[in-house]
Design a protein around this ligand. Structure first.
Ligand SMILES: C[S@@+](CC[C@H](N)C(=O)[O-])C[C@H]1O[C@@H](n2cnc3c(N)ncnc32)[C@H](O)[C@@H]1O
Length: 320
């Protein structure tokens, strides 16, 4: 009976929260919680102190800021931005979820600081801080020139409509330019059609600061035998469809650049009004000088290793 009574009491004690709990048991059951709470308070205080420190410390490098005023290859160090002030109402609550979030943010800051130590470099309109997509490349000398100017160029994706085999057969420097690009961290892709690229499985989800098509030209076999008006319609269709696709793939303030000859037949393409028809506005049409891009060879696109005369021509810059 005594045993029964004592086991009943033990059951009751288990179910009820004791009013005067035994101090030793209380200590044993609460100590891990106290420990956890102290750790959380410690982390919160550490986070607050770090943030206060960053407000008062000298401008700490964070994200790179592109320098739109720069022209030509720049060896100027990257302009750095001071960290944004921490707002008073910022949520510094320290529950476990926030703590986890906090550590992810810490990692992001470290990555950003590392990025800011990489020097930003410019060549003409292009910066190592831009995400750049090049389409319709000939022997990849233009993209290789950009990559060389940037030193390290993981920000470049350079593409051709032509296969690697075609390029190898027709352009003596294509493979070395491709090698140059790859060694600097750029991506090289072949058989990329500029008129459908917005649906390409690897490119579709990407957004770029600059999309570049130098001297777009439909160069099908026998094309020259078509009536002039049909040729013009084909060339305009290429430009229009490229612009429509590129429009989907630029960032909010991104730019689409078409470099195009301005004389004779080329002048009839009406590139600017094609852009307008695609909902793009012309920001600038600037004289193009291939000497600004050391090593650039202009290729016809349908074989033949010779360079074509690209004068006179302009770079048309479009924005949404
Ligand atoms: C006159 S070449 C210029 C080549 C190169 N951009 C340069 O500046 O040396 C025209 C290029 O447009 C490319 N092209 C034509 N139609 C294309 C398309 N639908 N998508 C991508 N490239 C295309 C051709 O393969 C060719 O390389």
């Amino acid at each position: 009976m005594g045993i029964l009574q004592s086991s009943c009491r033990a059951k009751e004690e288990e179910d009820e929260i004791p009013i005067y709990p035994d101090f030793q048991n209380h200590y044993i059951s609460w100590s891990p919680k106290l420990l956890k709470l102290s750790i959380l308070i410690y982390k919160a205080l550490k986070g607050i102190l770090r943030k206060i420190g960053s407000i008062f410390s000298d401008a700490e490098p964070l994200l790179p800021v592109p320098n739109p005023a720069s022209r030509g290859i720049s060896t100027e160090p990257l302009l750095l931005q001071t960290p944004p002030p921490i707002s008073d109402d910022e949520d510094l609550e320290c529950d476990e979820e926030n703590y986890l979030l906090g550590s992810a943010e810490e990692e992001t800051v470290v990555v950003e600081i590392k990025t800011s130590f990489i020097q930003e470099r410019w060549i003409k309109h292009y910066s190592s801080g831009h995400r750049i997509l090049l389409v319709g490349e000939g022997n990849f000398s233009f993209s290789a020139c950009l990559a060389l100017a940037f030193h390290s160029a993981p920000n470049i994706i350079a593409t051709s409509l032509d296969s690697r085999a075609f390029l190898e057969k027709h352009y003596d420097k294509a493979l070395s330019n491709i090698e140059e690009l790859r060694s600097r961290g750029s991506k090289v892709m072949h058989k990329i059609n500029a008129t459908t690229m917005a649906n390409h499985q690897l490119l579709a989800h990407l957004k770029f600061d600059r999309i570049i098509f130098n001297f777009p030209y439909v160069g099908l076999k026998g094309f020259k035998n078509l009536p002039r008006q049909s040729q013009l319609a084909c060339q305009q269709k290429l430009v229009r469809q490229f612009l429509e696709n590129a429009r989907e793939m630029i960032k909010e303030n991104g730019e689409i650049h078409i470099t195009h000859k301005t004389n004779g037949f080329h002048g009839e393409w009406r590139v600017v009004s094609l852009g307008r028809g695609c909902g793009l506005r012309l920001m600038e049409a600037t004289k193009f000088n291939y000497l600004d891009y050391p090593g650039y060879n202009t290729k016809c696109g349908f074989g033949g290793n010779g360079d074509f005369n690209c004068n006179p021509s302009k770079t048309y810059k479009f924005q949404r």
